[in-house]
Design a protein around this ligand. Structure first.
Ligand SMILES: C[S@@+](CC[C@H](N)C(=O)[O-])C[C@H]1O[C@@H](n2cnc3c(N)ncnc32)[C@H](O)[C@@H]1O
Ligand SMILES: CC(C)=CCC/C(C)=C/COP(=O)(O)OP(=O)(O)O
Ligand SMILES: [Mg+2]
Length: 294
């Protein structure tokens, strides 16, 4: 039996096809097995679980004295605040969306951004992830928050989503586009988005001005089993798929305080140095791109 013929059962959806490629099978396994305290402890702060990084200045007054017995707890709360601030900025770039709209979170993780989008716009939010564990987690959270009629995750390949052509008023990738071919990805977003719809991504990308992916970028790829694209590739693949950038923001200076704070916490994972060094040597950038579907 080939991998495409295999079917698996998940409580997130009755029948889901097996992974489209062996690589996607590896990524599904990766996220099914993921339980890093840096993600779970931060999510426990307010019940919004993120798998992305933070932006904004650190509130040193909120952190208080490092010798304080509550310091670690305050640090976790602060890191989480910066990660939620990142999601708010992504949602800002979706523009004003109505209650009757459908938004699509491609690579939705545990669903924190989906809940935030619903709370902001009142609309329906559909998420896709390769991981059954993440989809179940996101749907469980939606149920606990009583938003399950509006927020729903499913196990599905973002390159082949079960949405009608033009069904979505907005869609996004929050740190999930480094797992797929960008031409395939933007062709699919372009298909599901209505004309005039909005696409937003926040991503880490290598900087063409540096030349090639640096050793730090290669280290990040190996750590997460992903394939970071260049900034140039994003813009080219969008242009080829009727996605016209309206805003490009270099968030690198805004994310460095998050990383420097995280590097001092007990929840370090060992990847902090690669992010800090690559952001500082200019080989890697944290960017937001918002594009109009034309
Ligand atoms: C780093 S996490 C980001 C999660 C979420 N966007 C957030 O901000 O919390 C990457 C996500 O991309 C998803 N992913 C990777 N490749 C995918 C694919 N081909 N189709 C659907 N989801 C995919 C993973 O399952 C995971 O949920
Ligand atoms: C910007 C880039 C290159 C992102 C790669 C994708 C990724 C793994 C994001 C964070 O996930 P996470 O929140 O699970 O990671 P961590 O455990 O490090 O917090
Ligand atoms: Mg994290």
């Amino acid at each position: 039996m080939t991998s495409t013929e295999i079917t698996t059962v998940s409580s997130a959806s009755a029948f889901v096809p097996g992974p489209a490629t062996p690589y996607q099978g590896d990524i599904a396994r990766y996220w099914n097995n993921e339980a890093r305290p840096v993600n779970l402890r931060l999510g426990d702060v307010d019940g919004l679980y993120h798998h992305h990084y933070g932006i904004g200045d650190v509130d040193h007054a909120a952190l208080g004295d490092p010798d304080d017995s509550e310091h670690e707890k305050k640090l976790i709360t602060e890191l989480h605040r910066l990660e939620s601030a990142q999601a708010e900025v992504l949602l800002d770039h979706l523009g004003s969306r109505g209650r009757d709209d459908t938004l699509v979170d491609a690579g939705c993780g545990r669903g924190g951004s989906m809940v935030m989008a619903h709370q902001r716009f009142g609309c329906k939010v559909e998420g896709v992830t390769l991981s059954a564990k993440q989809a179940d987690f996101a749907n469980q959270r939606a149920q606990e928050l009583r938003v399950q009629d509006h927020v729903h995750a499913r196990v599905c390949n973002m390159l082949d989503m079960p949405f009608e052509t033009g069904q979505a008023a907005g869609s996004w990738n929050n740190e999930s586009s480094m797992y797929v071919d960008l031409h395939d990805l933007f062709a699919e977003h372009s298909r599901i988005l209505e004309v005039g719809g909005r696409y937003v991504t926040i991503t880490g990308c290598w900087n063409p001005r540096y030349g090639q992916p640096s050793k730090w970028v290669s280290q990040i790829n190996a750590h997460f089993e992903c394939n970071i694209h260049s900034r140039r590739e994003y813009l080219r693949a969008m242009a080829d798929n009727r996605l016209v950038p309206q805003t490009v923001v270099d968030l690198t200076p805004a994310t460095l305080p998050y990383w420097e704070l995280r590097a001092t916490s007990s929840l370090v994972t060992g990847i902090e140095e690669a992010f800090i060094n690559s952001y500082k040597d200019g080989s890697f950038q944290y960017v937001l791109i918002a594009a109009d579907r034309v």
